[in-house]
Ligand binder design. Structure first.
Ligand SMILES: Nc1ncnc2c1ncn2[C@@H]1O[C@H](COP(=O)(O)OP(=O)(O)OP(=O)(O)O)[C@@H](O)[C@H]1O
Ligand SMILES: [Mg+2]
Length: 242
């Protein structure tokens, strides 16, 4: 095993039966993501991007092939092991933020801390405030999601994803519901966290602009990786060959 690789998929396939027809959502995907890398998976609607992310994040299982994360074959995991992997090792960021409307910004982060087993109210509040500061929300900790802009809500979601100190962060269209400028600022935030905290990011998008913040771009089309593009302006984590 190459020590510098965190995620590998081998001949990954996912088919869905839809009535009489079979849909080949993933049709043999082979990829490797390096530790500390920022990878963007780009492709048109229906290419299989979400399906692929769900396999890597442990939300769904493939029809064939395997996924290795940090040397562990997660495709062999029992349901309990897969749940624990998804809960403890993967940070998720979604297009529609998925934060709880009835909880303040810090309480959304705090809830994730509680799930991690932290019981002290003081510690939960302190750490939530610290994480919100890290994503640029100092002073807005007490606001409810409805009192935050879309970009700010996504920042809360990113802070929440950082709670578990994830091995990987996976993001499905994180800028898909934001205007151009706000999307750029979210992409920048993710890139900064990637570089400062050495967190591996796997970001799915149709948004070409996000690629400028990445180390590599995987082009997915009809369930297959068509092309892998190194981003020449970015040098971090690019020391390893395939
Ligand atoms: N649960 C399902 N049942 C049947 N077909 C599915 C299911 N999930 C996905 N598919 C099909 O698999 C293919 C890939 O879907 P996927 O959601 O991965 O695409 P995507 O690249 O994320 O697209 P988008 O950019 O629109 O989100 C599509 O043809 C889709 O219709
Ligand atoms: Mg999708």
């Amino acid at each position: 095993m190459n020590e510098d690789i965190i995620v590998t998929t081998r001949n990954l396939k996912r088919t869905f039966k839809f009535g009489e027809t079979e849909i080949f959502a993933l049709d043999g995907v082979n990829l490797s993501v390096r530790k500390g890398e920022f990878v963007v998976i780009l492709g048109p609607s229906g290419a299989g991007k979400t399906t692929l992310l769900n396999m890597i994040g442990g939300i769904d299982r493939p029809s064939a092939g395997e996924v290795l994360v940090d040397g562990n074959k997660i495709t062999d995991y029992s349901l309990d092991e897969l749940n624990s992997y998804r809960r403890n090792d993967v940070g998720w960021i979604f297009q529609f933020f998925n934060i709880v409307a009835s909880l303040r910004a810090w309480e959304n982060v705090g809830l994730a801390l509680e799930f991690q087993g932290i019981k002290s109210k003081t510690e939960i509040k302190e750490r939530s405030f610290e994480l919100l500061k890290q994503v640029g929300l100092k002073g807005k900790e007490d606001r409810f999601p409805s009192q935050l802009s879309g970009g700010e809500q996504q920042r809360v979601a990113i802070a929440r994803a950082l709670v578990k100190k994830p091995k990987i962060v996976v993001a499905d269209e994180p800028t898909g519901n934001l205007d151009f400028v706000t999307g750029q600022s979210i992409a920048e935030l993710m890139r900064n966290l990637n570089q400062q905290e050495k967190i591996t990011f796997i970001v799915v998008s149709h948004d070409l602009n996000i690629t400028q913040y990445s180390d590599r771009v995987f082009h997915l089309r009809m369930g297959k990786i068509e092309q892998i593009e190194e981003q020449p302006q970015n040098s971090s984590a690019n020391m390893v060959g395939e």
